[in-house]
Design a binder for this molecule. Structure first.
Ligand SMILES: Cc1ncc(COP(=O)(O)O)c(C=O)c1O
Length: 456
């Protein structure tokens, strides 16, 4: 009898990694520091105190290679972790490719994505510091849901500014956040100075992650009982997500495979960094040689078309300056369906790693992404969130190249969320109303001219 093909590689709860990986000490040079927006000097831990508790600030600037995951956080992780690593047999067959495609599925979490991997520790450290409420932004709605869930576990209030385009398109995301106890506002809102001006211009303004961040930061900073939580971009967020890549390494070891190509979607860089950094560590140590490729939307191409410069993390200019690939903090991306990828910047750590030439990047238009997602859903049975459709499109490109060349490459991606609350986007694709905006350099000119001036 033929051997039954392996569909998923599971780890036992006792095999779940108990440390996060910090890639910074393994890099050939450290990433440039964040700058205080007033003095333009490197920002010290105290500059972040109005926003974050000290434990997270110390993780942000840590040069320790590993940080232990607190026992209480591990216990919550085990509600859904370790997550499965699937082999996409039926997709491979449909493509007729000799490539072997694997995906690490994070849609099994309570929020439906990778976001609780950092929401839980962020809520934990804030609760430990006596914080009573967390504010945040959400683009896709996944991060807001994850933080609402985490705050419920630690008995903290949670206030979320949901990007306008996503608030309108995904009413059930708001409901889900409210089920977990959060209060949710459409951004731009009339509740903040940052939101009011834009709301006055257009009450139906589609918003952006940069604007929603400004609103959440503005409410948190002056109130000592309130802190802000960011769902991506920062070093500590990417570090919390490395549990994905650490598990995937163990899962690959179980089946004696090594990836040749790793692709992941990038909004602020957290699922991509989380999946790839442990593999990059192994690559830098000479243990494997995967090509590592970030995939971003053609409408918001910060890595492939942005500049590498100091810029604000938000639209109103309230955050420290970070050196990153940016389209300019004033850039408002088109309201594409992958709301979680509509961010003007990119993680400074990931930007630095890109500058060092350790990863590649490509930009893909959304109709190709949704086409890939439909093919994936009809073969593998999971409806992906709009963000990882970008990774799937890149996977399929790679698998079809293998079909041409006959190479049996091992491809790994993160299916970082399901799309059960994103069906309006699928409706748009299936009814033929989804469009690919053609975006040219002039769209970026105004926002790039407005970058903060920082002496070399
Ligand atoms: C499912 C999903 N994937 C990806 C992203 C993009 O964020 P990041 O680049 O931090 O993974 C988001 C952001 O909201 C998301 O919800």
């Amino acid at each position: 009898m033929a051997e039954t093909p392996l569909h998923k590689v599971m780890l036992d709860e006792s095999e779940m990694p108990t440390r996060w990986y910090n890639i910074v000490p393994d890099l050939p040079s450290p990433p440039p520091p964040a700058l205080h927006p007033g003095t333009l000097q490197p920002a010290g831990p105290e500059d972040f105190l109005p926003l974050f508790p000290m434990d997270l600030i110390l993780q942000e600037v840590s040069t320790d290679r590993y940080i232990d995951i607190p026992a209480e956080v591990q216990d919550i992780y085990r509600m859904w972790r370790p997550s499965p690593l699937y082999r996409a047999h039926r997709l491979e067959k449909a493509l007729g490719t000799p490539a072997r495609i694997y995906y690490k599925y994070e849609g099994v979490s309570p929020a439906g994505s990778h976001k609780p991997n950092t929401a839980v520790p962020q809520a934990y450290y804030n609760a430990k510091a006596g914080v009573k409420k967390l504010t945040t932004e959400t683009g896709a709605g996944q991060w807001g849901t994850a933080l609402a869930f985490a705050c419920a576990l630690f008995d903290m209030a949670c206030e979320v500014w949901q990007v306008g385009a996503s608030y309108d398109a995904k009413p059930y995301r708001r409901t889900m956040m409210e089920v977990f106890g959060a209060s949710v506002h459409r951004s731009p809102s009339e509740l903040t100075a940052a939101g009011r001006a834009l709301f006055a211009q257009d009450p139906h303004h589609p918003g952006s992650l940069g604007i929603a961040i400004s609103e959440a930061v503005e409410i948190a900073a002056p109130d000592p009982e309130v802190r802000y939580a960011l769902g991506s971009v920062l070093n500590h967020v990417l570090m919390h997500q490395t549990i994905i890549g650490e598990e995937a390494l163990l899962q690959f070891a179980k089946i004696g495979e090594k990836p040749d190509v790793i692709v992941g979607c990038t909004g602020g860089g957290s699922n991509f960094g989380g999946l790839t950094f442990p593999f990059l560590r192994e690559k830098m140590a000479g243990n494997m040689t995967p090509t590592i490729r970030a995939v971003e939307p053609a409408s918001c191409p910060s890595l492939t078309q942005g500049v590498y410069a100091y810029d604000f993390g938000d639209t109103a200019g309230l955050t420290p300056l970070m050196k990153m690939h940016t389209l300019g903090h004033g850039f408002i991306p088109d309201p594409i369906h992958a709301g979680g990828l509509r961010y003007h910047g990119m993680s400074p750590l990931l930007s630095h790693i890109y500058e060092l030439g350790l990863i590649e990047a490509i930009a893909v238009p959304q109709t190709e992404c949704f086409g890939a997602a439909i093919q994936f859903a009809r073969t593998e049975g999971i409806v992906p969130a709009p963000e990882p459709t970008h990774a799937l499109a890149a996977c399929i490109r790679e698998a079809l190249a293998c079909k041409e060349s006959g190479e049996e490459k091992v491809i790994l991606t993160a299916l970082c969320g399901h799309g059960h609350l994103d069906l309006a986007s699928y409706d748009a694709y299936l009814s033929g109303t989804m469009v690919d905006e053609v975006i040219t350099g002039d769209r970026f000119t105004a926002a790039l001219a407005d970058l903060p001036q920082v002496p070399a």
